[in-house]
Ligand binder design. Structure first.
Ligand code: F6R
Ligand code: MG
Ligand code: MG
Length: 368
């Protein structure tokens, strides 16, 4: 009999910050954990880990109900509602921020929280890496995913491991037009780069191994401002990547983060800054509400149980990346309100800036 597929769901939300947008109060984390424990004892999920980065809580869950399952999504929604109640009691900042709807409507996608899910048959040994980022947007994963699955200078396995030699298919979503396209790499590398080099609009959603179509990576692509029609906070995306045995090795999955690439987000969601890889004990953005950061959680799955996490970026080999990120942050900060530290005007459309522009529009007169 074919082995039943396991589903890995990572659903995240900011339902209140401690202090400002820098961290989550321990009481909210405790609430999320106790709800997850209940879901496990009720048999809804197989196992869980309560993840966190900055002011975001991530519910990391394994189950056998498939992606987009209403029971799982409802559970996540109700858990975030319960955490919001705690946040309100403690007057946490922006309590309930990411819950954009009054009532659950069957699928949590489109309601504010970020969702990354994948279904696969668990291998005899299944190493999985889960990344959580704060103060940035879903397109922040484009650069590392491209490096992991398409760049042999990052992933030498693309050359050396016969199982990866045929390459990977990338699903790229157009977040504005709400369309998707699949690119086959390496042949369509140049075509894909035209789009993913513009990460505010084109975002890698899934990566599949070409040999067998097996899922290798999945990201959250929810953009809060597009759902709400106004700026409320950055999306703070999550990502799941499977590793080893015909997929990039754990070290190849982590390698792109040695370069703290520039992402959009940071202060007021309106600034460019480096994405700094950090250990769990450094996940609280404070300087200018940042800089943006990412934590990496490593798990081995064991019949759906999440053995872990290991704190993947809490390693001396990421010290230089952190140092570089801090130097880049210093340099960009010197630009103050000037581009390219500040986002270009068309992206400022998704911040609170349009209100200011509206107030000033009558001041403009025809010029020569
Ligand atoms: C960025 C972020 C913060 C806030 C900033 C202003 O994603 O959440 O940088 O934008 O702290 O917040 P408000 O407007 O609530 O005072
Ligand atoms: Mg916040
Ligand atoms: Mg956040």
């Amino acid at each position: 009999m074919a082995k039943e597929k396991i589903t890995l769901s990572v659903i995240k939300a900011d339902v209140g910050g401690f202090v400002g947008h820098s961290d989550v109060h321990p009481e909210l984390l405790k609430k999320a954990e106790s709800e997850l424990a209940k879901a496990k004892s009720d048999g809804l999920i197989i196992d869980f880990h309560r993840g966190k980065v900055g002011d975001d809580i991530a519910l990391i869950m394994t189950h056998r109900k498939g992606s987009d399952n209403a029971d799982i999504h409802r559970f996540a929604w109700e858990t975030f509602e319960k955490c919001t109640e705690v946040a309100r009691k403690l007057h946490q900042y922006g309590a309930g921020q990411d819950l954009l709807s009054d009532a659950f409507s069957g699928n949590i996608k489109g309601m504010g929280p970020g969702v990354a899910e994948m279904e696969f048959v668990e291998r005899p040994s299944e190493p999985v890496l889960i990344f959580l980022a704060d103060k940035t947007e879903p397109g922040a994963w484009n650069y590392p995913l491209y490096k992991m699955f398409a760049d042999p200078f990052n992933t030498i396995g693309l050359i050396i491991d016969a199982k990866m030699h045929n390459g990977f298919n990338f699903e790229v979503d157009d977040l504005i037009e709400r369309k998707k396209v699949i690119f086959s790499l390496p042949e369509e590398m140049y075509e894909m780069l035209v789009f993913i080099g513009a990460p505010s609009r084109f975002v890698i959603k899934n990566v599949m191994r070409k040999d067998d179509g097996d899922i290798a990576a999945a990201t959250s692509t929810q953009k809060l401002s597009l759902i709400a029609g106004r700026y409320i906070g950055k999306d703070d995306p999550v990502m799941i990547v499977r590793a080893q045995s015909g997929l990039p090795a754990v070290g190849e999955v982590l390698e792109p983060f040695a370069m703290p690439h520039i992402v959009a987000g940071w202060m007021r969601g309106s600034s460019h800054g480096p994405l700094m890889p950090v250990g769990f004990d450094q996940d609280t953005p404070t300087r200018f509400d940042g800089p943006p950061r990412v934590v990496g959680l490593g798990f081995q799955l064991a019949d759906g149980m999440l053995v872990g996490p290991r704190d993947m970026f809490k390693d001396i080999s990421y010290d230089n990346a952190r140092k570089k990120a801090l130097d880049v942050a210093d340099y960009l900060r010197l630009h103050g309100p000037f581009e390219p530290h500040r986002l270009p005007l068309d992206e400022m459309e998704y911040t609170t800036m349009p209100e200011v522009m509206e107030r000033l529009k009558d001041r403009f007169e025809p010029a020569d």
